[in-house]
Design a protein around this ligand. Structure first.
Ligand code: FAD
Ligand code: NA7
Length: 463
């Protein structure tokens, strides 16, 4: 009997797992039977943009947290797959910070080429998982959302690749219930258009606050105020964006901050992060962690220490993304195939403790980058995932941080060389601050339009 592998989620992590098995199949090796369950109607996870908020067509909570006008927030050279380069996909150099549809196209290119779509059951939500100690197998209860049918499947290994940037962490501040304007979480933000001419308050001081703040500024908000709890983002903000200490409460539309200052706002966006949420997993199998670089209970950041046949992908806070998911998926694959041995629990625990201790010693963003770089190096040394120059990727990340510090509105105009092919990225035909159109067509248009013409055309198109 072939082993059966269940994968929950067909975002970049789940797709990495499918690709990892596919790479062996292409070498003529026998692979287990794989079924990947995806509750959305297409693959790509967060990159599969939806205009919807709240619930989807079949009443499921919306997974997507991405928005219109979202451009890569790090250099693409840091996330490049080492077995499928940007050059191979696009056939020509492109810029270092492409918009979402271009990166989505890249993600899809590799899996379309592999033909792994046949393993995925779309519109199928994992509802509940149990593990039978006797048979050493998982039962997964699934909902076929289209046909409103519930059924169960049995697996020898289970891979949880359901992401962790979808369930909002939504704090309460006194007086919010009487705030007269829009109040939303970053998860429901779908573009800055509705904030034109508005005074917008964003709570939070991480990636979402930074990018949504800059988006609102770019697309015409009157003012953007970011309120931090512990550390301000602290870049060189342009006029129109500022940081203030933590929000304390609202009096109508008047916000009071912890330094005693106050200001009126039209809208509030909580950029307060996300919860790791696995409503389909029982307590004893559920990963419980904040958003951090080394979640506890996962050996090598992958294998659930209390039940090693259960593995998680992509549960870390992310500097690295696609190639880190690959490195993890190759390890998970080799464990499943018996090519890698999972050591006994005491050894696993000791290994986890070493990484945990080191992660606690991280002081700066550069330390964090070095930490995640070494983590990936460790994983890649265990499998045949094609090696790449991780030191140069780390250097790219550090340069990216400097670029953001220098000019948060212009960092996306920088270009980096690929560590996979050496190809230098192209300059995009329009500077990011002037580029109001994030479509695939516009990106590849080689436009001669001036930014003003581009904006005019966009307005005309929307009429
Ligand atoms: P996800 O992309 O979240 O995919 C998980 C999949 O699991 C989804 O398709 C979901 O529908 C499915 N799923 C969940 N629960 C179930 C269930 N019960 N049953 C069946 N299916 C289920 N990374 C970058 O590299 N560059 C960026 O510019 C960037 N920008 C980002 C911007 C935002 C706003 C956010 C939120 C994240 C961004 N990221 C970015 C990070 C992002 O997390 C990764 O790029 C990547 O999408 C993570 O992949 P994943 O497969 O682990 O999770
Ligand atoms: P992050 O990176 O987890 O950051 C969450 C932020 O929210 C962080 O600044 C927190 O402050 C802040 N936070 C959390 N709770 C509160 C409360 N109660 N009050 C004030 N501030 C709070 O999430 P992001 O959404 O920014 O980024 C996640 C992904 O989305 C990322 O990969 C990007 O690519 C896009 P703290 O620093 O803990 O004090």
């Amino acid at each position: 009997m072939k082993k059966r592998i269940g994968i929950i989620g067909a975002g970049p992590s789940g797709l990495a797992q499918l690709r990892a098995f596919d790479s062996l199949e292409k070498e003529g090796k026998e692979i287990p039977e794989i079924v990947c369950f995806e509750k959305q109607g297409d693959w790509g996870g967060l990159w599969n943009y939806t205009w919807r908020t709240g619930v989807g067509r079949y009443g499921e909570p919306i997974h997507g947290s991405m928005y219109k006008y979202l451009w890569s927030n790090g250099p693409k050279e840091c996330l490049e797959f080492s077995d499928y380069s940007f050059d191979e996909h696009f056939g020509k150099p492109i810029s270092s910070y492409p918009p979402r549809p271009v990166l989505f196209d890249y993600i899809q290119g590799r899996v379309k080429k592999s033909g792994v779509r046949k393993h995925i059951r779309f519109n199928t939500a994992a509802r509940w998982v149990s593990f039978d100690e006797e048979t050493q197998q998982f039962s997964v209860i699934l909902d076929d959302l289209v046909n409103d049918r519930t059924y169960t499947e049995i697996f020898d290994y289970l891979i949880v690749a359901s992401g962790h940037y979808s369930t909002p962490n939504m704090p309460y501040f006194k007086g919010l219930e009487d705030f007269p304007g829009a109040v939303m979480h970053a998860h429901d933000f779908r573009g800055a258009d509705q904030f034109v001419d508005k005074n917008v308050l964003l709570v939070g001081s991480s990636y979402s606050a930074e990018d949504i703040g800059v988006q609102c500024h770019k697309h015409g908000a009157n003012s953007v105020t970011l309120s931090y709890r512990s550390t301000p983002i602290g870049v060189n903000w342009p006029e129109g964006i500022k940081e203030v200490p933590l929000l304390v409460n609202f009096d109508g539309d008047l916000a009071h901050f912890s330094d005693g200052s106050q200001e009126r706002f039209d809208a509030v966006i909580m950029c307060t992060g996300y919860q790791h949420k696995f409503p389909f997993l029982p307590d004893e199998m559920r990963l419980k962690t904040p958003n951090c670089l080394f979640p506890d209970h996962l050996y090598k950041g992958i294998v659930f220490n209390d039940l090693p046949k259960l593995m998680y992908l992509g549960m870390q806070d992310q500097y690295y993304t696609f190639n880190m998911f690959d490195a993890q998926a190759w390890v998970a694959r080799d464990i499943i195939l018996g090519n890698l041995t999972v050591p006994e629990k005491s050894v696993r625990t000791k290994d986890m403790e070493t990484w945990l201790d080191r992660s606690l010693a991280n002081k700066t963003h550069d330390d964090e980058i070095d930490f995640q770089t070494d983590y990936i190096r460790d994983l890649i040394s265990m499998t045949d995932y094609p090696e790449f120059d991780l030191d140069t990727v780390a250097a790219h990340f550090k340069q990216w941080l400097k670029d953001k510090d220098n000019n948060i509105l212009k960092y996306r105009d920088a270009t980096f060389p690929s560590v996979m092919t050496g190809t230098m990225a192209e300059n995009h035909h329009t500077e990011w601050m002037d580029e109001m159109d994030d479509s695939f067509e516009r990106y590849f248009s080689e436009s001669e339009e001036t930014p003003e013409e581009s904006l005019e055309n966009k307005v005309l198109m929307s009429k």
